[in-house]
Every structure is written in C-alpha cells, then in structure tokens.
Design a protein around this ligand. Sequence first.
Ligand code: PHE
Ligand code: ZN
Length: 877
Amino acid sequence: MRKDAGQVFRLEDYRPSDYLIPQTRLTFRLARGATIVVAELTVERRPGTDAGAPLTLDGDGLKLKRLELDGVGNPTHEATPDKLVLTQLPESRSFRVLIETELDPDHNKALMGLYRSNGVYCTQCEPEGFRRITYFLDRPDILSVYQVRIEAPKPEAPLLLSNGNRVAGGDLENDWHFAEWHDPHPKPSYLFALVAGDLGCLRDSFTTMSGRKVELGIHVEHGKEKLAAYAMDALKRSMKWDEDVFGREYDLDVFNIVAVSDFNMGAMENKGLNIFNDKYVLADEATATDADFANIEAIIAHEYFHNWTGNRITCRDWFQLCLKEGLTVFRDHEFSADQRSRGVRRIAEVRTLRGLQFPEDQGPLAHPVRPRRYREINNFYTATVYEKGSEVVRMLRTILGAETFRASMDLYFERHDGQACTIEDFLKVFEDASGRDLSQFGLWYNQSGTPNLTVSPSYEAGILTLDIEQSVPPTPSESRKRAMHIPLAFALIGSSGEELDFSAAEGATVENGVIHVRKRSHKLRFHGVAERPVLSLNRGFSAPITVAMEQRPQDLIFLAGHDSDPFARWQAFNTLQTDALIAAYRLLLGGKEAKYQKDIAQLAGRIATDATLEPAYRALALTLPSETDIARDIGRDIDPDAIFSARSKLAAFIAAANREPFGKLYEELGSLEPFSPDAASAGRRALRNTVLGYLARIDGGADIAARHYNTATNMTDLIAGLGTLAHEHAASSQAGAALADFAARHASMPLALDKLYQIQSTAPGTQALETVRALMRHPAFHIDNPNRVRALLGAFSAGNQTGFHRADGAAYTFFADALLEIDSGNPQLSARLATAFRSWRSLEPVRQEKARQALVSIAAASSVSVDLRDIVERSLA
Ligand code: PHE
Ligand code: ZN
C-alpha cells in the first residue's frame, strides 16, 4: 500500500513532461506467482528540454529485474518501487529504454494494475494503475502506440486479448502460446488493457456507416454466453446511435468486452477492449431485474461512447476528468432517452443527481466539476464529476440550441481528435461555433455548491413580476461565490392548462422558453399575460439547482395534473409529498401525531389509475421521496427515526385511502404476458410493484406480498415480493420462508445473492446491524469482492437510515472497523464506502458526536491508505 506523504496535486502546477514515449512495446509472460513484463519504450526528448534532464518514470510497488538503455545493460539510474530515474541520457533526441519487472497478479487485491479475477488475468489502469505494471510516464497526456505480446500456458489461458487488432499468434514450447496485438491509435497508458484466461464468447458483428465490418465479442464465464445477449444487443444499438446522432464511427476491426467478477467500478473503456463488472453484462429474466437491464444498456453505451469522448480525445490531466466523464454520461443519458421514454428517463436522472450529487455538493466532500486539487485522484470519480458534469453539458445544449450544440461537437471532434485536452479547449469550441461568450458559464466547472434560486411572483393587471435571487452556499475552501449563468426553463400556465403567451419580457434575457439568470438578482417583468398564471419552473430540470418558491398547494395539485412537461409534472407532486412529509416530521418530533391532507391521497389515486400516463411515469410519481431525500431537504438536526416514521405513515395513509383502486390496478397489471425487458413492459412491472408496496401496508398485506413472491416469473417481481416482505413484514413467517427460499434457490449465483444481501441489510430498524454481522459470515460472502461488499456494507451504510444511524452509534463503530479491514486490501473500495459518513454534520447532536468519533477512530488507526485517509480527513475538516 502506498503511504500518504500528505502530497497535494494542484491544477495550476501542471507542466508538460520533458520526454514523450511515442512507442511502447510490451511483452507479458503470464506465470503464476511471477509474471514477467518487458517494456521497450521509444523515448523522445521534447523540443526545448535540455539534454541533461533526467527521465523520471512513475511506479507503484514495482520490482525491477532488468534495465537497458539503447541495448546496454545497467545504465545510470535510481530505482525505488515507486519511481525510476534515469540520468546521463544520450545526446540523441530519441533513445530506447528496456524495463523488466516482475508482478504477482494473484496477490493483487486492490484490483489495480494486473490482477486475477476468478482465474482470469485482467488489468485495470485508469487512473494510475499502469504504473503497477511497469515504470512509465503514467499520465494521460503521454500518447503512445502500443504493440503487445502475451505469452501464457495454453490450457489455462486459451484466450489472449489486448487493445487494437490481433496481428500474430501461435504455439510455443511446453504447451504455451502467444498472441500479438497492435493498436494503431496513440493512447494514454490508462487505456491499456490485457485479458488472458479461459472464457466463453458470444460473437456478432456490426457494419459501420462506411460499410466496414467490425467483429464483436463478449467474453464471459463458460456456460453464461446466453446471458450476454442483451448486452450485445445494447452494444449494436449504441454503435448505430453514435453514428446517427453524433456522426461517430468505430475505428478498429474488432471490439471486445470481457466480464470479470472482481471489479472496483462499473466498467472501463480501454481501447477496443472494454472490461466490465459482470453485474453490468450478464442478464436474463431469471437473474436480472429491470433496473439491471436498464443499467446494462446505459453502461454498455457509456463505455462504447468513450471511444470518441475519452479515447480519441482524452484528458490532459486528471483534473480534466469531467471532460470525458461528464460528456460521456450526457451521451449515455441521451441514448437511454432515445431508447426508452425521454420523460421518464429524465425524472430518473434527476432522482439520481439529487440522491447522490446534491448531498456531496452540500457536505464536506463538495468540489467543483473540475477540481483544482486532490490528494488521491481515485476519490474524484464522483457524482459531481459524472452527473453534475453531464448536467453542465446539457445546459450548454439548452443555451446554444440543439443545432449549434451538434455543430460544436463536430468541431470538437475535428479540432481535437488525437489530443489530450482541457475544459478550456472544450468550452472554446462552443464559443467558436456559436459566437457566444461562455466565460460566466465556465463557472459551472470551477465553482462548487448547488445554486439556489428564490423566486417571488406577483401578478397585477396583465403584468407578471418575478423577483429572482440567486445564491450559491459556501463550500469547503470556497467561501465567496460568483453569480452563475443559470438557464431556467419555464412556462406560464393558464387556468385551463394551456401555456399563456406574453408580449414582452424585461429584466433578463428570455428566449425559447428559457430565462437566463446571470445576476444575483433580477426583477423580471412579463407583459401582456392574460390571467394570473401558475408557474412551471426549471422544466426538464434545465439547471442542477434548487428552487425556492412559495406555491399554493392547489397550484401544485394543478401542475401535477396538467403540466405538459413530464419532469415538472412529476416535480409538482413530489413537492407536495415532501412538504407533507416535513410537516409530519416536525409534528412527530414535537410528540404529536402525524397528519396528512386527503388531497395527497386522492391525487395518488388519480395518477395511479390515469391511463393516459405511462405506467413507468405513474410508478415514479407514486414513489415517495426517499428517507435521504427528506433528510436533505430538512437539512439539519436530522432524526432518521422520525423521518422513517413520517414516511411510513404517509405511505399507509395513501394506501388506506386507495385500497380499492390500487387493488384493482394490481390485478389488472398482473395478467401474465411473456417477459420482455423493453421499457414499456418494465414500466408495467414497476407500476404493479409500486402498488404492491402500498397494498402491503394494509390488512392482509403479508399474504399479498407472499403471493407476489411465490407467483413471480422473473427476477424483478421476485425481488419486489421479497423486499416488500422483508421490509414491511419482517417478523412474519412468510418473510422468513421467502428469504430462506431465495437463498437456497440462488446459492450458487453470487449476483443474485447480492440482491438478497441488499434487501436484508436495508431492512429498517436497529436489528439490521446484527443481520449484517451475520451475513458477513455467510459462506458466499467475500470481503475481497467489491460487489459483495457493496451489496452488504454499501447498501447498509447508504441505504438504511434507521439501521446505520442507530442512536447508540453501534453501527458506526462496526462500520469503521469493517472499513479498516477492507482498506488493508482494497483502498479504493474502503474510501468509496466511507463517503456514507459525508452528511454526518446534518445529524442531531447525539448521532453527530458518535459519527465523529467513528471517523476519528479511522483517522487514528495505525495503517490507513491514502484513499481512505483523504475521505476521512476531508469529512472531519
Ligand atoms: N472510466 C470508467 C468509466 O466511467 C470508470 C472507471 C474509473 C473504471 C476508474 C475503473 C477505474 O467508464
Ligand atoms: Zn466513463
């Protein structure tokens, strides 16, 4: 494990390297215990660098076996496991360096560099894993052409893959064989990949827009080839979509995807050889839920789209991570919107953003979409970089319009293909293509925190006046904020539901249904407005902000029934629910009974049964704000038990008032249709399962949920039945029976058992801690495997508000110990899990103190990784 020297990397310290590595030849001899890597680098002195400059290569825990300079052994150098410095280099502009290192992939539990997963050799190099394979200028602005030779025992590893096209292969002595791969596209080291093992393959092909045939292969465990069919279909749809929508064609003869069972993230976009967490490849109706199918589609697309946004045009340095990630998330969101229902996808995206990014932006881990400093770059693969980064690109499109946006993207690809770029390069393209000045807009990349708009409307004699105030709350190391450019989509809605016109607007630029808020305050006047309108603001969630506006409940009810923008319509009902929940929370804290208005239950009933609305939309509308959503909106002095109670009571209230229509709807939706993973079918299942959640809260609920579980014919319904039983009727005999049945039926299916872990660890209440402790001893649970750990400990800490935030702090202590245990093998994983503490300061004082003590105990432990220490110390700061 790398020790923390407390080193901080800063954006302003960027400096080009003295040397370049135009060509890299790698030879791997894959043998158990001792894998040999020979790297032959063609190094070039950068023009302007003086001949005496040393060549300093990055390493991480490396064992140097041999070093040559221009074919001569043992040149002048200094080597540590983490660094190789060559001095007294030749006068010539270019020279060759040969480096031999020895690795032990079997004992690599950090899952960075070369490791073995389930017997398969694989690599993960982003962001700084290549330096765990060989010494290199391991930074994204060093682009090199790679030629890779892999040698391995044939029986153990019949499959040998790397980036690019396969150029040679054959047998060697002693049952070994080899393959050589050449990738003609210069790439940064983080995109290097190698896979060697014994896997099955699903093959297909895709013919590109210019008529080139590309061989596609998805490599999975033997016997699981059929489970890759949906991923393959998603891949072909992605390839077609990128041609149709962005004019981007694939650029190699082959595209391979490999599914591995030990992986820190979702997937990785290595050039021509994507490596995936198997959770995001394998699916059929019996093993995957509809949510899994949607994730697979999105992640397959995301990694494929990186081929242009990330690989052909890459990042100059890791501060620019959002250049590839925010943009590629935006592209995968657009893909999913086109493949499914745009309105429904948008609501889901916003829920994710608010659930993950808002708490980050509002707590101690807040950072700009493009950070300016980091201690550990692995800790910046965040919702801010990804999700808010995507929203920033979306705002660009809103501001410039779809056509100019596309023209700008064309210019981006044309101007920067083959380069390592910055956010400034990216914004410049949009300025040049549109003729606009985007300097104020650029603050979205550089200023952290969630902006708030306070809007006060008044109407008199045909004139609507909006007083708009913007503020950005202070965040760590940014106490004073500048005013941002916020594109606020809006509509003025008349009493019969139609959009009202206005003759003129003054006080801010208003164009194409968007108010351009640029100052701290605007007094905006709309003239010629026929009646007092109901305001629909931030339609389509045009900006990632919060909006505070007093709106009468009857106006919200009106919007929830009439707004033509699906997001705004959903938002109106969601706001009503949130207001009701917060009011009830306050009553409960004051020792009173929770009270709810009949309106909300009636509206729920109307929406549920409104056949003009898509079932998926109805399901989202009927899903109450989560406990964390409610906590975020309350903001401080949080008592998670009272939030849980307010939410359960509202659900029971809605259920009791709608027993009959919900029951009928549930039956109607239950008529069996053959399974299809498409969005419309998934939407019907989602609605039925949401309604089940309500029915389970009235008399006989346990029986309904048990019947649901017992008659389920796919994983989505099975999990809905199981989750409902385990969460709403935990003490029932039906719950016990279903849990045991599920465990037995899926005993040899780790990805299915993850779903069980997740359900059990998120069962509300203090007893969950004991359940989690017990499950950690389950024979199928392995603390080395990130999927298992996330399903059990990740779900518990981030998804069980009453269980994790037990008032006695016992879960915090337990979790801190577990983090340290995980940290000794996989720092990336422990650091990510530790973000569960990020909102600790908004808890009520007793829990706050217990959480603080847990964080302090981690910081004080004798051996803590850079990754974990960084998260813990920033959380405490
Ligand atoms: N670059 C990957 C993606 O977003 C994520 C990733 C980062 C994977 C770091 C592994 C390690 O597609
Ligand atoms: Zn990505």
